[in-house]
Unconditional design. Sequence first.
Length: 179
Amino acid sequence: MMTKHNLYRLLSLFALLLFISDAFAIELRHSFTFTGTGGETGNGSFTWDDTVVADGNPLPLGNIISGSLTITGGATPGGSQTFTLADWTNVIFTNTPNFAGDLNIAGNNGVATLTTLIPYTALASDGGAWTTTLTFIPGATTMANPIAVPLLDLPALILIVLLIAMTGLWQIKRHRAVN
């Protein structure tokens, strides 16, 4: 036996689905800097979805959307080393969104290696002559990739409200005529 759904119920369900969509999700980007004991400097950033990791919680590597850091100066092999998200093997990002607990990255880009040490500190080396201790400095968290949420203009919203109201009145009239 098939269940009969009236038009008012279907329109109400459709309107509910429009309102509970994930319209408030945003990606956040945290930019940071660091210095090395051998005169190295650098900066980096990473992005994550704030609906997946709530504020005040650690950000695991699996929830990072994109990320990169670049080390320059000092005795850095080749003058510069970049570690993209694909090169990262572990992160200690405690706690979103300001990372006041720790900001640390472990990784290997094929030339150099980052190994996490105490909070905000990582050892960078190339397995040879270059070794430095990097100290991470949390920076600012901003909105990444602002996305315009499509909205209807006022006449379209008024039309939808009128259609829903007319459908409701039609259902009430129909229900009274049956009884």
